[in-house]
Design a binder for this molecule. Structure first.
Ligand code: ZN
Ligand code: ZN
Length: 395
């Protein structure tokens, strides 16, 4: 089959690789109909995530048709499914408490050392996201093997086209959980750093959850415009002092909740961020956290901090004093996708949530390298790229 493979920093290629096969009784094989490039794929593309090997198939946002099932899969051939990017067994301590992204069984023992050393306990398995998270082949391909197919995939009705449901695989539940982690109350003013896909879905979710005011922060005009259309106020950090603007918008006390939808490759011009950029380049100090630091200073005393943005390693110059003295609640984590898919599918069906506004480009799988390049370099206009394995190449 054809698949998008990683070969090094800024080097991804579409190649012919072995077709996936059923390995375990609970597996299913899914023929991909739509798969997206995620902002967190750019961390792999930029070479800032450890444990990726040349030839690894990327992609963790995908859906398609079930074409083969193991003995214990509950799926049936021909069903259309969206597959969560988090791989979870459904039966361990964490899965039973709906903390699916902390599953104890989905990352094979021989892959656990690196994350266990970094985090104290090993990470669970994720599709297409380095050997740190199990080394599973991803879904930017014609076919994918789906482990624990009786737990993760959600069957979608035929009347909902791919583009309405594809983002149940990651970014819609991720934006929703980001808003949930901000513990939004009806009078709250919520500021969201980053109006990329997750930030936009966090904004939409915060509005649906009843936040009084939501503020989107970015520097890309088109992305800010999308936030404004969702109902957010917007702040362009290249034109406006964010801290002053947020103070003014919150009656001088700071906003009630902040969401960092930027993560480890934060832009910024402050001296500490420039140092972080330099250290990331030479391989020490993995995370540039300037957006998160700004967010912690901007939130009010007793406020809430939600971190959907991806961080992998360590950071320094951490505003520990602000965190403690202000009595902040801080919540983050990989998304427990399986916990949210059913409810969010219902919200898509009844029209409460729409995700199609985000898609800017649809490309054949063969054009995936161009998709990565442009999604990285032309972030203002390339808001979300959907790859279609069956689509005719036009270029
Ligand atoms: Zn993603
Ligand atoms: Zn589990």
């Amino acid at each position: 089959m054809r698949a998008l493979t990683w070969h090094g920093t800024r080097d991804v290629r579409v190649e012919t690789v072995d077709d996936p096969e059923i390995i375990n009784p609970r597996d299913a094989i899914v023929k991909i109909t739509s798969t997206a490039i995620c902002g967190s794929d750019l961390h792999l593309y930029d070479g800032v995530i450890p444990g990726v090997k040349p030839g690894d198939v990327l992609g963790h946002e995908f859906m398609g048709e079930v074409v083969d099932t193991g003995r214990d899969s509950t799926l049936k051939k021909g069903q259309r499914v969206v597959v969560p990017f988090t791989i979870a067994c459904g039966g361990c301590f964490h899965c039973k408490s709906q903390q699916y992204s902390a599953c104890d069984n989905s990352n094979p023992v021989e892959k656990q050392d690196m994350s266990a050393t970094l985090y104290g306990q090993p990470m669970s398995g994720l599709f297409g996201y380095s050997h740190l998270t199990g080394g599973y082949s991803g879904g930017q391909a014609e076919y994918v093997r789906v482990p624990f197919s009786d737990v993760g995939p959600i069957v979608v009705p035929d009347h909902l086209e791919d583009e309405k449901v594809l983002f149940l695989s990651d970014i819609l539940p991720t934006g929703w959980m980001a808003a949930e982690n901000a513990d939004i109350q009806p009078d709250d003013t919520v500021a969201v750093w980053g109006c990329g896909p997750v930030g936009l879905f966090a904004i939409q979710s915060a509005i649906v959850m009843g936040a009084a005011r939501v503020i989107g922060i970015d520097h890309y005009p088109h992305r800010l415009e999308l936030a404004r259309k969702l109902g957010a106020d917007i702040v362009n950090f290249r034109e406006t002092d964010v801290r002053e603007a947020l103070l003014e918008m919150s009656g001088g006390i700071g906003v009630d909740a902040v969401i960092d939808a930027v993560g480890m490759e934060s832009h910024g011009f402050a001296i500490d961020n420039m140092l972080d950029v330099a250290k990331q380049k030479v391989g020490i100090g993995a995370d540039r956290a300037s957006a998160l630091k700004q967010a912690i200073l901007a939130v009010r005393f007793g406020g809430k901090v939600s971190i959907p943005g991806v961080y992998g390693g360590m950071t320094d110059k951490w505003p520990l004093g602000a965190m403690m003295e202000k009595g902040l609640q801080i919540r983050g984590g990989q998304t427990h996708v399986q916990k949210y898919t059913k409810d969010l599918l219902a919200k898509i069906e009844d029209g409460t949530l729409d995700t199609t506004f985000l898609i800017s480009h649809r490309l054949p799988l063969e054009d995936a390298p161009r998709g990565y390049h442009c999604f990285k370099e032309e972030q203002d206009s390339w808001t979300k790229v959907v790859l279609k394995p069956g689509m005719e190449t036009t270029a």
